[in-house]
Design a protein around this ligand. Structure first.
Ligand code: AP5
Ligand code: MG
Length: 233
């Protein structure tokens, strides 16, 4: 069985389109940031910026920078802050839509740089949503993940799914990320603890920080996020 949440039907109340929010979506590896961002982007016409996807696209381009990045992220380490911030600023400047920041900021230095950048661009972060997931769930979730090379769809596959399954959305090739082996996931979790959890402290007293239980069905997580967005609309 291959499950694609983004294309599945939902009962969530759709209250407004073209939402002008700028959301930081936080959470450990496998928490469901990409899954939820894709749905939020579709429903509310937001711009989804996944720094992980941006870096993987640079790797796929075969550029010298991409080769350098592959050496870092395939080991589960973080790309240097300065590089990440300059890549991000170009993407933010190119859109006037509300934005979902997925996987950024990942360090306190990035969080400070994001605040400064948003001020410069006369925008602001409206909400910081932390998807909480017990670490005991992370390895098995990530082991079941496949991503489509063509449309980027994130899928949950059954352990007995054939290795060469096609994307149910576009027919593209499904692949397993090189940083998704159990050893690298363990290392990514360590990096998350040391580098990214302090970002939670950075936002916690901002009045914008909300925690969502990520250990529910994707539909329930989505509905909880929608409830948060209703309040900031
Ligand atoms: P990135 O791609 O952002 O990886 P990550 O943060 O480790 O998170 P994941 O993408 O693994 O998980 P997710 O939360 O998106 O979960 P998903 O929705 O896919 O970054 C990769 C690397 O790039 C980093 O390690 C770093 O090297 C580099 N990088 C990126 N940003 C950087 C930055 N700002 N600075 C420096 N370096 C940076 O879901 C996972 C699985 O669970 C899927 O199979 C999905 O179908 C399933 N699932 C989702 N929700 C549910 C649910 N509710 N119930 C059951 N299953 C679910
Ligand atoms: Mg992701």
């Amino acid at each position: 069985m291959i499950f694609a949440f983004r294309s599945a039907g939902l009962n969530a109340v759709l209250f407004v389109k073209d939402l002008k929010v700028n959301i930081v979506l936080m959470g450990c590896p496998g928490a469901g940031k990409g899954t939820q961002s894709a749905k939020l982007q579709d429903v509310f016409h937001l711009k989804h910026i996944s720094t992980g996807d941006v870096l993987r696209a640079e790797i796929a381009s075969g550029s010298a920078l991409g080769k350098e990045i592959a050496g870092i992220i395939n080991k589960g380490n973080l790309v240097p802050d300065e590089l990440m911030i300059s890549i991000l600023e170009k993407i933010v400047k190119a859109t006037d839509k509300g934005i979902i920041f997925d996987g950024f900021p990942r360090t306190v230095a990035q969080a400070k740089a994001l605040d400064e950048m948003m001020k410069r661009l006369q925008r602001e972060i409206t909400e910081v949503v932390m998807i909480e997931l017990p670490e005991s769930e992370v390895v098995s979730r990530i082991a079941s993940r496949r991503q489509c090379r063509k449309c980027g769809e994130i899928l949950h596959v059954a352990p007995d799914a054939p290795a060469s399954s096609a994307c149910p959305v576009c027919g593209g090739e499904l692949y397993t990320r090189p940083d998704d082996t159990p050893e690298r996931v363990k290392h990514r979790l360590e990096v998350y603890h040391t580098e990214t959890l302090p970002v939670k402290n950075f936002y916690q007293n901002s009045g914008k920080y909300v925690e969502i239980n990520g250990n529910q069905t994707p539909e329930q997580v989505f509905e909880d996020i929608v409830r948060v967005l209703k309040k900031v609309k």
